[in-house]
Design a protein around this ligand. Structure first.
Ligand SMILES: Cc1cc2nc3c(=O)[nH]c(=O)nc-3n(C[C@H](O)[C@H](O)[C@H](O)COP(=O)(O)OP(=O)(O)OC[C@H]3O[C@@H](n4cnc5c(N)ncnc54)[C@H](O)[C@@H]3O)c2cc1C
Length: 437
């Protein structure tokens, strides 16, 4: 099949060229014939070939996967939806989703963003719609109200051409490309499809379900020391952190900058926090641990931070406007007391909104989507995750926006590479035909 161009005799530029053509012929013929073959793909991965062959098979730039990372599920030849097919769909409307949308829209990829209809308990715009002043988002030196900031994000997405849909995505199939998804209430209908997906569904703070909790949520109760610690209602006021893990240790230490006293309510007689975090908390000169005792309250001039072991909160109380007291109980003695604080900070974990993808993407023990370190690439190729849904550490608007930007750039690069790959295959085919002449 392959024409033999080898010419015996002394080496000349023509002979050299002919050798080269011959090699290229062999290479391209094989690649063209088998570039879509899974067996050859595996073989090519096993035996190193020139960089060109890798690019031909679009293996280039695929981020390295951590050990034990789930293999891509994508295998497919699913037809595009006749209802709506897009190059990229973004699920979620917090800072991560909208930042991704701005970048993708400006790159002419016509993103579709599902902002949800009270999805995961949040209005479109996400967690920041539930707060008042945001003082740490760069660009707003005098602060900005959370809902107003998210309205600006939305306006900016739309300005560049993002299609924002006020519906919730209730089901998604990531087993083959294009990916198929369904809107809430339309699960029985033909799905819509997308070549790539950005999951930016966020997370929500776990609650205790205490009496009075709903009334004083965000009116004294907070789940983010970094976000709220500095606000006037907490400054120089007695505060309490509820929890015994790493977050609790970190939040309590952070709050000592602001509160007049910081109590830590630990359900057990030891901290669950990692050794290093526990040590940091216990070695804090401002901490005195009053084990198994209630004698610290109320007016014995407690030190700035006090760990209350075996203690849980039972009720949030206040003046109807702001919280000013916690009822607490010692779980060993069942003794109940008042703890006059203005700010209980919940540090009992967050719930990432991963229900629709949990069985399809690799998640960690707490349900957060696992991404390849330094990227937003999930365990399925062409599915990216940004924002709090993949970040249990920082959980800030700015870090969410940053990862939304990363996801957009990664989508853009992947789609461009795939397009280039197709072009490259076509070009190779014509080159091959030409070389037969
Ligand atoms: C009360 C409060 C105050 C805060 N204050 C600050 C602060 O001052 N500074 C700061 O930096 N950070 C603050 N944060 C943290 C910050 O809000 C989050 O880190 C950030 O909003 C996370 O953004 P995200 O894009 O990951 O998603 P989120 O903001 O969580 O938004 C996700 C959105 O996606 C939607 N959604 C979920 N599932 C679906 C679905 N299936 N289909 C369609 N839509 C879906 C949700 O309805 C939600 O609107 C605060 C958080 C809270 C709760």
């Amino acid at each position: 099949m392959i024409r033999d161009r080898r010419v015996p005799g002394p080496f000349s530029s023509q002979v050299g060229l002919s050798y080269m053509m011959n090699w290229i012929d062999h290479f391209h013929f094989t690649a063209i014939l088998f570039s879509r073959s899974r067996i050859l793909t595996k073989a090519l991965r096993a035996f190193p070939l020139p960089a060109a062959s890798a690019s031909l098979l679009a293996l280039k730039h695929e981020p390295p996967r951590p050990k034990n990372f789930m293999a891509p599920l994508t295998n497919g030849t699913i037809p595009r939806s006749t209802k709506m097919h897009s190059k990229v769909v973004i699920i979620g409307s917090g800072p991560a989703g909208h930042t991704a949308a701005v970048y993708l829209a400006r790159a002419n990829l016509n993103p579709v963003l599902f902002e949800g209809f009270m999805a995961n308990g949040f209005a479109p715009g996400g967690q920041l719609t539930t707060t008042t002043d945001v003082e740490n988002y760069p660009g707003f030196p005098t602060g900005i109200m959370g809902p107003e900031l998210m309205e600006k994000f939305r306006e900016q997405s739309i300005r560049f051409g993002t299609q924002v849909i006020t519906e919730t995505v209730s089901k998604i199939d990531l087993s083959a490309r294009p990916f198929r998804y369904w809107r809430e209430g339309q699960e029985g209908d033909e799905p819509e499809t997308a070549d790539s997906v950005i999951i930016a569904t966020g997370a929500s703070a776990k609650r205790l379900g205490l009496k009075g909790e709903d009334m004083y949520w965000q009116s004294g109760i907070s789940a983010c020391a970094v976000c709220d610690g500095a606000v006037p209602i907490f400054r120089n006021k007695p505060l309490a952190v509820i929890g015994g893990g790493d977050s609790a240790a970190e939040e309590a230490t952070y709050l000592t900058k602001y509160g007049s006293h910081v109590y830590v309510l630990v359900r057990r007689s030891e901290l669950r926090a990692s050794k290093i975090m526990a040590k940091r908390l216990m070695n804090n000169p401002k901490i005195v641990s009053l084990a198994h005792s209630f004698e610290w309250i109320p007016n014995i001039h407690p030190p700035p931070q006090t760990i209350l072991w075996n203690t849980v909160a039972t009720e949030c109380q206040g003046d109807g406007d702001l919280l000013n007291n916690l009822r607490i109980k010692n779980v060993l003695t069942q003794e109940e007391k008042d703890l006059p604080v203005n700010g209980p900070f919940y540090a009992i974990g967050h719930e990432p909104a991963t229900a629709i993808v949990r069985s399809q993407l690799q998640t960690d023990e707490d349900g957060y989507i696992v991404t390849v370190p330094g990227t937003t690439q999930t365990s399925v190729k062409a599915v990216f995750a940004a924002g709090d849904v993949q970040d249990k550490r920082y959980r800030q608007a700015i870090t969410s926006a940053g990862s939304g930007c990363m996801a957009a750039l990664e989508v853009e690069r992947l789609l461009a590479e795939e397009e280039e790959g197709t072009d490259c295959e076509l070009a190779n085919f014509f080159f091959f035909l030409f070389s037969l002449m």
